[in-house]
Design a protein around this ligand. Structure first.
Ligand code: UDP
Ligand code: GLC
Length: 396
């Protein structure tokens, strides 16, 4: 039995957390025993416990959670007194590792990576970094890349684009995220009162491009009467700069006279059901999306997707084959694509079917879990990855 300790810096359910949830709840429990360390209570902790997973709260890490992509230097200074408390959290973690026979640490997210680096001298087990984000534009990118070459025995990137961003590091492998093909499966929508539903799903954060989606929605509404636009998701993170965005979007909608047309659903736990109620799923990120789980979820449900051509997205969606790609921020083209799909049921059907096939072939959760398990077995107890295992585990 190989015991794996997972570290994650957030207790909410965003993309990286869903990856963690999906993987730990689908591990072969005859071979692997997961323990998940989180900084505080929240939907991720609750969902994991409901699924019978051993969750430990290390609350000393909670003050560090506010740091993120929008933090300024003074935000870092503000949390610095909490660092000494965080070190106590480190002691708690090292006790779990040593007293409970943890064989591997699997750290998700930049903050968990840096924490594992600080604790490496006392942990004495192989560390995996699972990278879900681009590091390039971040404040500490040089330091991060340098530490990435020294601390983890293995770095898993969620897309080729994210791996390339990490630079030439022989320890980096690509394992694509997968979705549960039963949970996300095609549902035919019965059009309520003949109206269409076009949705954007994801955390409410400026880089996700809700403004672009809404501007395109305004243009579509000028041409077609019977379309509703759904904004699915909420401001779930505690990180700096993530609050107040929803209010600004709602004001924009009111000022644009679109309040009858746009629905803010808030956070939905059952996204598969929500996708079932949509005719088209739009992804509008204005910064490169590292991977984009919502795309594979929508495609698995047989829905046509329109997505921003940047980051890891072109590794998922092939333009005009199993979805449509648009230059990030190109509102006019996005509106045209939405109109084109709304006016063409056959085209929606064709792209939706091809999208489902694409996900079955490349982005199933079963395959992702198989690959990660193979990497664990290769890494333990030697601490290094066997070349054959690497070749079999990795996405190309
Ligand atoms: N999600 C959710 N409820 C919502 C909105 C989003 O559970 O109301 C999930 C969504 O199904 C997806 C994840 O949040 O699994 C978002 O992941 P993605 O990789 O698309 O983007 P991220 O937010 O991680 O950058
Ligand atoms: C991050 C990225 C997203 C990716 C998710 C899961 O949250 O922003 O693109 O899909 O992690 O890997």
């Amino acid at each position: 039995m190989i015991k794996i300790l997972y570290l994650n810096p957030s207790a909410h359910l965003g993309g990286a957390e869903w990856v963690l949830y999906d993987v730990v709840t689908h591990l072969d429990r005859h071979r692997f025993q997961p323990v998940v360390a989180l900084p505080k209570e929240g939907p991720l902790a609750e969902s994991l416990r409901e699924a019978g997973i051993d969750v430990r709260l290390i609350e000393a890490f909670a003050p560090l959670l506010k740091l993120g992509r929008y933090s300024r230097w003074r935000d870092y200074l503000r949390v610095s007194p909490a660092l000494s408390r965080a070190l106590q959290g480190g002691q708690a973690l090292s006790r779990i590792v040593q007293d409970e026979g943890v064989a591997i640490i699997h750290a998700h997210g930049i903050k968990a990576h840096l924490l594992s680096a600080l604790l490496k001298p006392v942990l004495h087990v192989p560390i995996i970094w699972h990278v879900h984000d681009f590091i390039g534009g971040r404040r500490f990118h040089r330091l991060y890349r340098c530490v990435a070459g020294m601390v983890p025995s293995l770095v898993i990137a969620n897309s080729r684009a994210v791996a390339d961003d990490l630079g030439p590091d022989p320890n980096v492998v690509v394992v694509y995220n997968g979705v549960d093909l039963q949970r996300f499966s095609p549902i035919r929508r019965s059009a309520e009162g003949g109206s269409y539903h076009v949705g954007m799903i994801g955390v409410l954060a400026p880089w996700k491009g809700h403004g672009v989606f809404l501007e395109a929605a305004r243009r579509v509404s000028e041409r077609l009467e019977n379309v509703q636009f759904w904004i699915v998701g909420d401001e779930i993170y505690d990180t700096d700069g993530h609050r107040g965005y929803r209010r600004r979007l709602e004001e924009w909608v009111r000022e644009a006279g679109l309040h009858g047309r746009v629905r803010f659903t808030g956070f939905c736990r059952d996204v598969a059901r929500v996708i079932g109620g949509l005719d088209i799923v739009v992804h509008a990120s204005i910064e490169p999306e590292p991977f984009g789980r919502v795309l594979v979820e929508a495609m698995a449900c047989g829905k046509p997707v329109i997505a921003s051509r940047a980051g890891g997205v072109p590794e998922i969606v092939e333009h005009d084959v199993n979805g449509l790609l648009v230059t990030p921020g190109d509102v006019e083209r996005l509106a045209d694509m939405i109109l084109r799909l709304l006016n063409d049921a056959d085209e929606r059907e064709r792209l939706g079917r091809a999208g489902r096939r694409r996900v079955e072939e490349r982005f199933s959760l079963a395959e992702q879990v198989r690959r990660i398990q193979r990497l664990y077995e290769s890494l333990w107890p030697s601490g290094t990855i066997d070349e054959d295992d690497r070749a079999l585990a990795v996405d190309r």
